[in-house]
Design a protein. Structure first.
Length: 84
């Protein structure tokens, strides 16, 4: 069926979508959440567009080396980009 939508309805729909978009942008950073995957990994959400997924032993290794990783990040801070 062909439904006729008035110009006024289209403008109202555009205004609602623009308001929804602005609200999402104002919401800011998402909270960081974790989930166990079907294969037994741990996925961390909220860091970027895609989750970071590692197995438990990989998270252990990462955590054990966090001091060295952060030292590297701080040493190279001027070369790094930021994602806000």
């Amino acid at each position: 069926m062909n439904e006729v939508i008035s110009l006024k309805d289209l403008q109202a729909q555009i205004a609602k979508l623009q308001a929804d978009n602005a609200a999402l942008r104002a919401k800011g950073d998402r909270a960081i959440t974790c989930k166990v995957t079907e294969k037994g990994g741990v996925s961390v959400y909220g860091l970027g567009r895609f989750p970071v997924t590692l197995y438990g032993s990989q998270w252990d290794k990462l955590a054990a080396n966090m001091t060295a990783i952060m030292a590297f990040v701080n040493t190279n801070r001027s070369l790094l980009s930021t994602k806000d």
